[in-house]
Design a protein around this ligand. Structure first.
Ligand SMILES: [Zn+2]
Length: 618
């Protein structure tokens, strides 16, 4: 596939740091062995296996995505040998193998099935290959800290003749963007450096002197790479200058945005010197655009890039203590994701304003939507963001139809907790201090020296103490109410002194079932029933298939239900026929008004708002 884009290519060949010669290297070769069968073949050579017998294990989860995924289930075949003789591997549990003591080097070979089109695992076909180390590289127990070398081999198939390689891993024996040997300082860096291979579009820009690659896989006609690079450069430079106002020194010496463009998709995963993104091709800018205005979809994509880039500091270097180091075989519980994901969500859009991508008015409009989405769910009254963080593994990442009634998002409410703290500190310090100062202190004390030697994370108690120290306030009751407790952050009150008007523009009561309706084929299906709402009180359940309202058919077209209900008033009772499993049931539903808050945030033009501006760096 070819993308006719204004691609500027640069191939600066940077010398990789050679592994320490004395260290026994762990070496992998990864071959896209069969594109049609989606198989990578991995060969691992351990020069000096443990004399007691070598333990090997594949991670059960990938940092940044807090769910046990059992990547080892995709290992199709595994065999080992030493000195030319087969060695029997004993399987210990779902992701670990034990080799017996052997003389000399141990070689292990296995296939990995790669057919997960997400940023979290591995994917391989004729159009491209992508993998995270957590999906393909067995960990050699006891040798995590030695340099890890990986030979990325070009697939034999014709389709791959023009493929190149994108990764933040330093080259050992490879040209930049070429197949060949790459090196990581340790296992942690290896699995924190995803690899994309294919016929991708590529451009490079520098941000405060550091080269940043933009890699786009997937067909995107008339991709406006120049514009994308210019916008990303502004965002990246603003963030670098935020954390290091004096030196403007980025925490990495190279960065890669690797993006898979598809018909419909959205997501990203952060890494220390790169990010893997998935987006809708319609969200990427086109040279055929008539105006210079950024579309809503493009702003959403820039917000995603801004989010993952902010993680370069917040969570990849400033980390919860339990992530330093990660235990990749089991859940790593932390009550702090409201800070690492929530604050990152607060700052991602804020940096769109600070870098000139969106206006303050647009920013407050987006913020209003986030406030509305949080206020909508009854789950916010039952779970705090600290609890939501802790239970991410079994609740946030494994949401079912009852999620809106039972849980709160540490992203969305976490970002409002950040806003509330920002406003509180700005207000009480007379505009001299802000959340920015907290982030800078976290960076200076825990993040800046994390690699290669510091590796100390922050505990919940240290976070709270640091807030008090830097703000010069006692914020205990804020933590009690809004972080460990389930109270709503009083944003109307907090925003008022800054000239931002908070209004609840609830639409004049449109009759509603107060449930989420999904589509199943040509039918309408209740996907979630909101606690206390009309559907709930009448006895309808998530999973029910709507058949008719007062004898008129309900179809899967969302406007059909709306049009049927528009003939009634709030308070009217209608007869609803619905299938539960295959049994027809009848419900009397008293329609209720729209409970969805429409939060409007607007700057009072008579006064000047300074909410989005940074406080002066010290
Ligand atoms: Zn994130």
């Amino acid at each position: 596939m070819k993308n006719k884009t204004s691609i500027k290519e640069k191939t600066p060949v940077r010398k990789a740091k050679a592994p320490r010669a004395a260290a026994p290297a762990v070496a992998y070769a990864i071959v896209p062995k069969d594109l049609s069968a989606h198989l990578f073949q991995v060969t691992l050579t351990v020069q000096e296996p443990s004399p007691e017998g070598q333990l090997l294990a594949l991670p059960a989860w990938i940092p940044g995505s807090y769910m046990i995924r059992e990547f080892a289930r995709n290992i199709v075949q595994i065999r080992a040998e030493a000195d030319g003789q087969p060695v029997a591997l004993a399987k210990l549990d779902k992701h670990s193998w034990q080799a017996p003591p052997v003389e000399g080097a141990l070689t292990v070979q296995y296939d990995v099935y790669a057919w997960d089109l997400s940023v979290r695992a591995a994917h391989l076909d004729q159009t491209h290959g992508f993998f995270n180390g957590t999906s393909v590289f067995l960990r050699v127990a006891g040798q995590e800290h030695v340099p890890h070398v990986v030979d990325i081999v070009r697939p034999a198939e014709d389709a791959a003749r023009t493929w190149r390689v994108a990764t933040a891993l330093p080259e050992l024996k490879a040209r930049r963007y070429g197949f060949g040997t790459y090196v990581a300082a340790d296992y942690d860096e290896l699995i924190d450096s995803p690899v994309e291979m294919g016929d991708f579009a590529l451009a490079t820009f520098t941000a405060h002197g550091v080269p940043h690659d933009v890699v786009i896989t997937g067909r995107v006609p008339n991709l406006d790479m120049a514009r994308l690079c210019a916008d990303l450069k502004a965002i990246c430079e603003t963030q670098i200058a935020f954390f290091e106002p004096r030196t403007r020194k980025a925490p990495m010496d190279r960065y890669v945005f690797m993006t898979l463009a598809v018909g419909d998709g959205y997501g990203g995963l952060e890494h220390r010197a790169s990010t893997a993104l998935i987006c809708a091709r319609a969200d990427l800018p086109t040279t055929a655009a008539l105006g210079r205005e950024r579309s809503e979809g493009y702003i959403k994509f820039l917000g995603l890039c801004s989010h993952e880039y902010f993680h370069t500091w917040n969570v990849k270097r400033i980390k919860p203590a339990v992530f330093a180091p990660y235990d990749l075989q089991v859940e790593n519980y932390t009550p702090l994701l409201w800070l690492f994901e929530g604050f990152t969500s607060y700052y991602d859009d804020l940096f769109l304003v600070r870098s000139g991508m969106i206006s303050e008015a647009t920013y407050f409009k987006m913020l209003g939507k986030t406030v509305g989405s949080v206020l909508r769910s009854a789950g916010r009254t039952k779970q705090s963001v600290a609890e939501s963080s802790f239970d991410a593994w079994s609740k946030y990442y494994r949401q079912d139809e009852n999620a809106p009634n039972a849980i709160v998002s540490y992203y969305a409410k976490g970002s409002l907790v950040g806003l509330g703290l920002d406003l509180t500190i700005r207000q009480k310090s007379g505009g001299k201090r802000s959340l920015d100062d907290i982030m800078l202190a976290l960076w200076q004390r825990y993040g800046r020296d994390f690699y290669p030697d510091g590796r100390r994370g922050v505990t919940p108690a240290e976070v709270e103490a640091l807030f008090d120290e830097i703000s010069g306030m006692r914020l205990k009751s804020y933590f009690e109410k809004y972080i460990r407790g389930t109270e709503d952050v009083p944003l109307a009150k907090l925003l008022a002194p800054f000239g931002v008007k908070y209004t609840d523009e609830r639409k004049p009561a449109k009759p509603s079932l107060d449930a989420n309706i999904g589509r199943e084929g040509a039918d309408a299906k209740l996907s979630a029933v909101h606690e206390g709402g009309a559907a709930h009180r009448a006895g309808l359940s998530a999973g029910d298939l709507l058949v008719a309202i007062d004898g008129l058919r309900v179809t899967g077209n969302p406007s059909n239900l709306e049009s049927l209900l528009s003939r009634y008033r709030v308070g009217d009772t209608v007869q609803v026929h619905a299938f539960r499993r295959d049994e027809l049931m009848t419900f009397a539903v008293q329609l209720q008004g729209d409970r969805v808050p429409g939060i409007g945030l607007a700057i009072d033009t008579a006064r000047k708002s300074a909410v989005s501006r940074p406080t002066s760096p010290r």
